[in-house]
Design a protein. Structure first.
Length: 85
């Protein structure tokens, strides 16, 4: 069976080749957070999602810090985002 959308597959392959620098990623996250405020202003129903977002930010920062601490001795211990140790 062939892929029904070969253009989409080519675009995905191109995207996978690019590496995002840490400073670019941090800028992206800050832009997303700013836009979150704009979205709340436009749609107050978004407020229902704020507790989960507020909890996810420190949880994932702490997970990253913990992985840095752990991987000094065990570099394969922590996986990519979404993995749990």
């Amino acid at each position: 069976m062939t892929n029904p959308n070969p253009d989409k597959q080519r675009r995905a392959a191109r995207r996978a080749a690019r590496t995002t620098e840490t400073s670019e990623y941090a800028t992206f996250v800050l832009r997303v957070l700013k836009n979150l405020g704009d979205r709340i202003a436009d749609d107050p129903a978004m407020l229902a999602h704020i507790p989960a977002i507020q909890q996810a930010i420190p949880d994932n920062i702490n997970r990253g810090i913990r992985c840095v601490q752990l991987t000094r001795d065990c570099p394969d211990l922590c996986g990519r985002a979404g993995d749990h140790f």
